[in-house]
Structure formats: C-alpha cells, structure tokens
Design a protein around this ligand. Sequence first.
Ligand SMILES: Nc1ncnc2c1ncn2[C@@H]1O[C@H](COP(=O)(O)OP(=O)(O)OP(=O)(O)O)[C@@H](O)[C@H]1O
Length: 292
Amino acid sequence: MTVLTRTIEVTRTYGDVTALDGVSLEIHQGELVGLLGPNGAGKSTLINLLVGLRRPTSGTVELLGGSPMDASVRRGIGVTPQETGLPTSLKVGETLDFVARHYPVNRKDEVVERFGLADLIKRQIGSLSGGQRRRVGVALAFVGDPKIVFLDEPTTGLDVEARRALWDGIRAFHADGGTVLLTSHYLEEIEALAQRVVVVGGGRVLADDTVQAVKRFVGVRKVSLAAPELPDLPGVIDTERRDGRYHLVTGDSDALVVALVKSGLPFEDLEVQPTSLEEAFLAITATEASHV
Ligand SMILES: Nc1ncnc2c1ncn2[C@@H]1O[C@H](COP(=O)(O)OP(=O)(O)OP(=O)(O)O)[C@@H](O)[C@H]1O
C-alpha cells in the first residue's frame, strides 16, 4: 500500500510541554483514519506537523514522498484547521473560486454537490449560520483535488443534521478513493466514518486499531470502595489502593459488584464511574507492559 504520509519517532515540545512524544505513524492511500483523543492529547500538533505548519523538535515527517515544508508538496493536500476565518464579505461561490484558482486542477463543482452547497453559492459568508460556515470551511479542503485531506475537528459544535451533511461529503470523497485524516473527541464520529482509529493521549499513540477493537475499551469502568481488604474479583484490569480506598478498573463492573457482594466481605461507599478512553488505555497498557 502506498504511504501518503508518515512520522518517524516524532517529538514536539513547546517550552516545558511535550505535545508529542516519539510518535510513529503511517497513513496509506485510500484510508480514512480517525485521530481520537482528549483535549491536549497532541492531535492538532500532529496535524500541524504533517501539513508543514510546524516543525518537529526531533524525528522525521514525510508527506507525499517529500517534506511538508516544501510548498509544491503541500499543493497535493487539503487542510481545514480547527478554526477558520473566512472573509465575511465574500460570497460562498467567490470563496470557492478563490481557492480553486490556487490549484492546477480543481473539483469545485463536485465539492458543491458533495457538501450540498448549491443553495448557499450566492450567500455572503457573513450571512451563514455557524454550521453552514463550517461546512464551507471543510468543503474548501477538497477543492484543489487533494491526494490527502487533513481535518481538525471538522464537526465540533455542529448539530446532528449539519454533522451528517459534512459526514456525507467526507464519505463521498473517501468512496472515490480519497484519503482522509481527521481528528475528533468522539469515537461515535470516527465510527461513522472510519475503520481505523489512532488513539492519542499525553502525546503518545495509545492504540492504532480498528474501531471495533477500540470500542472494547469504551465499556471500561472504575469501581472504587472503602474496604479493609479485597477478595479475588473477576475481570479486574488494574487495582490501586489510595487513602484507604480501592480503585479497580474493569471491563464488567456489574459482574465485579455481584462477586463483591457474594463474597460477603464488608465494604462501604461503593462508586462506579465511567473512565475516559485515555484512562482505560493507560490502565490496560500499563497492565500489559507489567506482564511482558
Ligand atoms: N503553540 C503552543 N505553545 C505552547 N503549548 C502548546 C502550543 N500548542 C499546543 N501546545 C500544548 O501542547 C499540548 C498538545 O496540544 P494540542 O493542541 O496538539 O492537543 P489536541 O489533542 O489537539 O487538543 P484539543 O482537542 O484541545 O484541540 C497541550 O498541552 C497544549 O497546551
């Protein structure tokens, strides 16, 4: 499979903050990859390195067989950053034309159809709703006939209908053989679009797998309780004892609580909480590492 972009052991620091820590990743032609992670995980930094907006502190970034710092290489990509500022006095059609003129080949008409922009063509950007403006902003990434498109949180803040309209446009590009890397906070969004999901947390790749495999981690819960001691309990991934309380990470909190009650051991102040995907991964990867 042709690799369109890759990072090799990439680290990026901002002063004392390590935004990315030894990230190696490959995106192949025809893939639609979701980059999932909480705030501050390093998703935008990774995208910014891949599209040449920032340089890595160490490691290598390749884009379309060259360097993302090379403007002629960047002509082959499409990007929509997390925030876009489109000129409010331009009409949607004029904005599309303006972008299209920067590329030797453009797909303007196709983009208008795929992203449902026909009704907005004559409207000024300033008159659009937030959702419509975002749709235009994302659609612009596809105008220059890109080989790969990078979208940083394309649908954050959009209602269900606006989100679906955007998903349809992205799906159509992918169905036609296009390659996309998009970031999201939501596994559901990635599930709706992609097969492959890369989970990032604390600047590291925590998982790179199918959406199905990653979904296993979503049901992981944290069960905490005060008890003098604990019996052997089923399905415990990780145990921590802090301030007289046990904190257990498990994939099946119901079975764990049933086993706990059946054991007859005294306990009090039981709490069952969802974990974030990042917490679940950290617990599981730490357990796996300690078993190696
Ligand atoms: N220009 C910068 N200067 C200083 N620190 C930065 C800069 N850009 C990012 N960071 C820090 O690097 C870390 C990673 O940030 P990044 O924006 O890449 O995360 P993210 O996963 O995209 O988060 P979000 O989902 O909130 O957009 C954070 O701790 C952030 O504060």
